[in-house]
Ligand binder design. Structure first.
Ligand code: 6MZ
Length: 352
């Protein structure tokens, strides 16, 4: 039996609030409906939805979360699958009030279906184009992801692929993500690839200090510096990071992508009220609320805003400011940022 259990949707204020999503892994973002379409296409795999999502009140270790991605990847191994999931995910973010989305995904090759990494990226870009043609009310950009597990050579090849598409995709590919199991590999080995990406104009969104053991790696990655930090859970001294790391992040004004539900369900943060959002928010440091993997963690961006507001007592005005400030942290070109800011102003005027 499939589990079709959904979390309670957020209140209409949070759904209608225009939002910017900057940290969304494509294959972690599949809804129950999309998952069921995939499962019915590949019944022989005997995968059930309960194996691909973590519901309310449930927790998993980070390691178990990474096992979930392996299951999901088995279901998505053709161009047709990728086109469908990317279009579904974009449509769902749009329906949740997201006006600007940066989607990230790791190019994969599947020899048994003939899928290549280049085709993978082309197909995601095609999905973004089709959504634009269909007039969905959302602007989408793509970050090509480097999975740290695959080592320096694959990282370099991925950067070259991203560079090619940055040139040919008409500004759809804007950056590079570094993600994957944080307990595997070391950032120092990936530094040459990341530097190459930076030098060719790709923006860098790097997962950093997602687990406590990454202190030294974070020091090193901050020398680049990245354009945004994913999670940064263990950067600050109260959780075993250091004041020097905090100072560097602040001096370089590197925004943080923060994913409350993901961190609590993945057990890197013990409870919502202990989330490091509060530490950075109180410092006035740029923080962007994100979903990470809305499918795996059964959430939506509107829910993340509602959770932050209720947990930390944010006023509606503060919530509007938070969503508006995310525009400045995006990798959108200046003209698009300006257009989005104007949109926020008119939507806020309509809402009040
Ligand atoms: C680090 C994560 C992640 O690329 O196949 N990914 N990496 N930390 C996380 N926190 C929970 N959540 C997802 O999407 C799935 C891949 O995104 C990365 C992992 O590499 C995962 O395999 P794509 O679209």
């Amino acid at each position: 039996m499939f589990s079709t259990r959904m979390e309670k949707p957020a209140d209409s204020f949070y759904r209608q609030l225009p939002k910017v999503e900057l940290h969304a892994h494509l294959n972690g973002s599949l809804s129950v409906a999309t998952m069921e379409k995939l499962i019915s296409r590949k019944p022989h795999l005997n995968i059930q939805h309960s194996m691909t999502a973590i519901h309310k009140g449930q927790r998993r270790t980070l390691d178990e979360c990474f096992q979930v991605f392996k299951v999901i990847h088995q279901l998505i191994d053709t161009e047709e699958d990728i086109l469908m999931v990317a279009k579904d995910v974009i449509g769902e973010f749009a329906a949740d009030g997201v006006k600007y989305l940066e989607l990230r995904s790791t190019p994969r090759e599947e020899t048994h279906t003939g899928l290549t990494k280049r085709k993978y990226v082309e197909t995601v870009i095609e999905a973004i184009r089709q959504c634009k043609q269909e007039d969905l009310d959302i602007e989408v950009r793509f970050l090509v992801a480097v999975d740290r597990r695959n080592g320096p050579q694959v990282a370099m090849e991925t950067v070259k692929l991203a560079e090619d598409f940055m040139v040919s995709s008409d500004d759809v590919v804007v950056g590079l993500d570094l993600s994957g199991d944080p307990t595997v590999g070391h950032g120092k080995d990936l530094l040459p690839a990341l530097l190459k990406a930076k030098n060719c104009g790709l923006k860098l969104a790097l997962h950093m200090s997602e687990v406590p053991s990454q202190k030294e790696e974070s020091e090193l990655l901050l020398t680049l510096p990245p354009d945004r930090i994913g999670h940064g859970t263990f950067l600050h001294p109260e959780v075993g990071g250091s004041q020097s790391l905090v100072d560097k992040v602040r001096e370089r004004n590197v925004p943080l992508e923060l994913c409350l539900t993901s961190n609590v369900k993945g057990q890197s943060v013990p409870s919502y009220d202990k989330h490091h959002f509060l530490y950075w928010y109180k410092l006035g440091h740029p923080c962007v609320l994100c979903t990470d993997d809305k499918g795996v963690f059964s959430t939506e961006l509107s829910q993340e805003y509602q959770l932050a507001a209720t947990t930390f007592g944010l006023s509606r005005e503060a919530v509007w400011t938070l969503s508006q400030q995310a525009i400045g942290c995006s990798f959108a070109p200046d003209h698009l940022k300006e257009k989005l800011r104007q949109r926020w102003v008119s939507l806020q005027a309509q809402a009040s």
